[in-house]
Design a protein around this ligand. Sequence first.
Ligand code: GLY
Length: 343
Amino acid sequence: MQIFLYFCSDFYRTTMETNSQLERILSLYDSQQIFVIADVNAHYEHVLGALPYPTLQLSVSAATKSLDRVTEMWDFLNNHHATRHALLVLIGGGTLTDMGGFAAATYLRGIDYVNVPTTLLAMVDASIGGKTGVNYAGLKNRIGAFHQPIDVVIEPRFLETLPETEWLSGWGEVIKTTLLSESHPILHNPSEQREAILPIIRACAAYKKAIVADDPTEQGLRKVLNLGHTVGHALEEVAGGQMAHGYAVIYGLVAALYLSVVRLDFPREILTQVTHIMVEEYGRPICNCKEIDTLIDKMRADKKNATHDGILFTLLRQPGEPVYNQAIPEQQIREAVDYLFSV
Ligand code: GLY
């Protein structure tokens, strides 16, 4: 069954409404063909209560985002005789929904899945847009597929027990999206905003949905969402799974805003503001000179970003005015990374 509720669904306020959204989706499938994969730490009773579907609980982390975990998911589906008409419900953070989405993209050449994100990062970014995959050979998301979820069901109660590090990590993507989407961005400190998060989630998710609707497979416009990710991914790879994604995004954002100031006359005061949030809330990234060479190598290893004229970045002319495919020479990237490590 192929249905496309995804681009017209709304984001709900109460658990009752969230549950009815999920129940509506579940009612479209044979109840013998609904399977759940949930993070072992997710309070998934928030959405599924005691619903009797076969469930695989997994402990996942960036360090174990590998084909081994996906194999466990394939085994689970296969052992329960999942058919092409199955629905997979994924309950967890971005690492789980990325891997589960890839299992769904590949099992029997593709089955339906619905994402129920449990972290801020997954709610505002990772669970939306159909990028699925695993890390491979020390490189982030090297193996993967575009496979859109049938829907994304956001239940804010999951955030009540979200650890501080996860909150900060999600906030990295919130700041990125605010800079991409707002011409007069208000950049809040993450610690101030726990109470007023719903409109922020709604705005970030709506922005991402609109970009993905325009360019689902990242032929052009979707590259704007990679703001902060060129340096960010390289940092994550060097850290070997020990750096939370949103922390890497904040560090990568500071480098990208530095380049935006130098090359495109982006307002320096916004760079200063984001640098201040980084130092106060996230702490400086730890790095040595040798690692800077490794970071550049990692950026070059990302073949889709490497050109003769330099490495491709998404930058900002102004807040709300992103430009993608900006080829930056290595010397200038070194300057930006030096700025990041020396502020
Ligand atoms: N996280 C960037 C994207 O989904 O395109």
